[in-house]
Design a protein around this ligand. Sequence first.
Ligand code: ATP
Length: 595
Amino acid sequence: MKNERRYKILPLVLRNSGEYFKKAKGWGFMEQGIAVLRALSFTAGIIATQQLFDAIANINTGEQDFWQIAFHLGVLAIIIFGQQLLSGVGQYLFSKVSYTNMGMFMKEFQRKLGRVAVKNFEDKNFLNNVNKAKECLEYESLGHFASVCLQIFTYYLVFFVSVGGYLFMLSPILPLVILIAFIPALLGQLAQVKVFANLEEENAPLRRKCEYYKKTIADRAYYKETRMLGGFKYFHSLFDKTLKDITEKTWKAESKAAILRLKLNTVSFLGLGASIIILFNAIMKGDISIGAFVSVFVALSQIFSIMDEIVSGHLSEGSETLGQVANYYRMMDMTEVGGENGDPDFSKGIAAKNISFTYPGRDKPTLDNIGFTINDGETIAIVGENGSGKSTLVRLLIGLYTPDDGTVEIGGRDTKTTHPNNIYKGISGVFQNYQRYKMTLEENVVISDTKSPLNIDKIHLSLQESEFNEDVANLDTMLSPEFDGIDLSGGQWQRLAIARGLYRTSNFIVLDEPTAAIDPIEEARLYDQFRRLTKNKCAIVVTHRLGSVRLADRIVVMDNGEIVDIGIHDELLARKGKYAEMWKAQATWYENRTT
Ligand code: ATP
């Protein structure tokens, strides 16, 4: 995301408008058609006002009778009624189209997120952009944007050209004076946009912090720790301070903008005054009728309110939305993961050839020039200290990340050139940060294999194999107090995660610290179970409990992003390297506690 693509305004607007019509189908054309009619109805109202007042003015001269005045009044009433009707229908269509479009934009965006490389999710800029795009979608900005851009032509332009033409006929200088009066307001708004854009830049990270502190205060996931440790007050004071910062910055920007607006509105007001003097002059000279004078008054108030709508509403929002829309398309244009189709042949095992990998935002590689193979049916244990790169290596070996250098071949298929769907098909796993889905027990298991037909017997079998006690919950028990259900203990959740991993049909299974929350006696039993379950599969077990690695055919020892040794337990102990050091440290720990 470093060299972010820049978008030009016009192509962006055209692209967004094209999608608007495509997504909204006929409704989009209808909305814009109504906008044209609304604009024309205003001009019609102004002309009808002139005719009505001219008729009233001429009543004394006997040129107009009562019925003619009633007729003009009727026409004006119909036009006003029509304006209200069109405005209601316009509003309805605006909401309908932008709401429908928002849903579709959202769907496309989520589909996109499922198709970009997983490595992006480790990139802070990418995550920031995802958040911004989500906000822009939730606030319907993307759905609104095209609508408003198109209305510049179908509503505002039609209105100004038709009213401007009418004013020009009355006095050629009038439209020019109004336009000049409008310029300071426009400039003021542009300056204001800058003030608020800077404010947004400063406030956005503060708001994110505020959101986070709010969570730490009120969220269920935090409250036990924050109450116990007295963190509530601490987070509350942080929240308070950040909120004060935001308010102070906003207040300063608001005051600056208000003073600017006041100065420039004074100039606009003078412009309005000049228009009235021109009109007064024209009426005194008999160049325009009384009806024209009144109708221009009506027109002036409408022109200034529509100009205000454009300048204060659309222009100030538009510049912000433009950035959001560009961000959305930047994300939508990201390269998707792709590759050839073809199933891995797991009898060929898994091979890592000189692989290196660096996380986004890191200077140093997390994995440096690593190579080893897992043969058909072999179970490998990966051990090493915290941060030595075990989980990262696992993510590369299952094709979740692709290496920056070197290749990973899963069942003979290169993870860089094969479509990930083919790679993932035969792989299952239990990961360190497994999810606790707020769903039923059954859903929590089958989520690993939703494409296959539901197999209730297999669900029970997986739960038995992971030694999950089904007396605690039935398959249809909701596992979340938030949704009227129950919660499980840490160990029960972990067994459930194991059951999920076992439920998925696989030829290659990864167990990344699958038993960290399970007590040692149960853990030993579970590892025996794993040995049986992984017998004919390629398998990787990542663990810190060296007592459990004996189930593996070979042990890979990692240190500081490199493989420092590979072998079986006795060999590794005899070599007196990193493994022996770790083994001794753990053995001493147990001995000290048993003596
Ligand atoms: P543990 O035993 O603690 O689970 P590990 O051996 O599995 O550790 P990894 O999680 O692979 O280690 O992490 C290896 C290194 O990569 C660590 O230094 C870690 O800080 C870094 N790292 C992990 N994830 C990211 C990330 N998303 N962005 C940047 N660096 C990361």
